[in-house]
Ligand binder design. Sequence first.
Ligand code: AMP
Length: 446
Amino acid sequence: MTFEELGLNPAILSAITACGYTIPTPIQEQSIPLVLAGHDLIATAQTGTGKTAAFVLPALELLTKKSTLPGKGPRILVLAPTRELAGQVMESARNYGRGIRPRCGTLLGGMPYREQLRLLSAPVDIIVATPGRLVDHIERGSIRLDRLEMLVLDEADRMLDMGFSEDINKIVDRTPSNRQTLMFTATMEGDIARLAEKMMREPKRIQLAVSTSSHALIEQRLHVTDNLNHKKELLNHLVSDAELTRAIIFSATKRDADELSRELSRNGYPAAALHGDMTQMARNKTIDRMRRGGIRLLVATDVAARGLDVNGVSHVINFDLPRFAEDYVHRIGRTGRAGANGIAISFASAGERNYLERIERFIGKKLPELQIAGFEPKTSIRKPAGRSGAPRKSGPGAPAGRFGKPAGGRDGQVKPWSKSAKPVSAPRSAARHEPVIEYRSRRPQA
Ligand code: AMP
């Protein structure tokens, strides 16, 4: 199917062409006709599937017809959980809408009111908002939603996770009941189904399978860590091997990204940080340096790495696990691109157990746990599964020959970061979901 066949306005089609899109993604192909036909829609799709255009394009199509309703309130309202996501949606609306030139803007928490009030002082076509700030405006009387034709909840599951349920209800109460409602969510678990039932009329459903097939070439590994220092030691060990040609290391905060990249640079590895506090120009420069090989290690936060397209990333290292499972899938997709193999290594300390469980539920499998001699954790992250469930330790304490012959190179040395490294088969008694993999460290034993 082509974009032309979807029946979009020529002004929108030329903007899509200018963006370099040739064919719709599956989520666009499925949802755009339903939205254009006026249906409510629940779509289960992750970031990276093209979901933004799936609702922005039909929303723009709606704007090609004039509103007959008086007032200044928005005709389209998109609610998003974070400022970053809202910013991306707005950018997409501006890009795809360049031929239509909708009057649009964002209402985001933590941003000054003055500009937002100016935006609302004249009739507006599209508003992208975080729920809390929109409720502020509703309560101040600076926005009315009685002209609203389409309400979009982007990453609805995440908004509920973040405690926006009450705000969303307040907002929905102010909108006309004949509006069209679209909901995008990574999961239908929890309160999402209830929310959908309350606010949607006979919604059509689209479920995009979690695409793990594109990750078939990515080897995923888990290292349990005791604390921050342990993570740092392990990281320094992993990046010391030449087979790690180019890595993206994900940290939870911007500060950590800065600090880690500084430490890695101090240790002699060409590294740089990439996060939202940097100007777009600084970010572009960093990405460019990575592309040209001037940087081997990029320490990034999720938001900054979204859409990042650098070839030849041999490793993704989750220094911290992401809070949201879809970000995990998104992160590891930075490696193993275009048919190449890749390795995704995740560090997880006890405090991240919930995140780990969420990720494993989402991807439908347990991450195999690895240990490197000399860097074994003192703690376990798994709930006790009986005696045989404990991860095996490698190194001098391990009974001789217990795991059979070590796999790997000619000298029996196995590099834990090596693509060719093969797990040593675990004893039969090991718990099903806890494959124990022993590697020999090249480092002298402490
Ligand atoms: P999203 O899932 O909306 O965050 O989109 C992920 C990325 O896919 C963004 O960088 C979009 O610019 C890009 N994208 C969206 N639709 C298409 C398309 N039909 N063809 C190529 N790229 C697209």
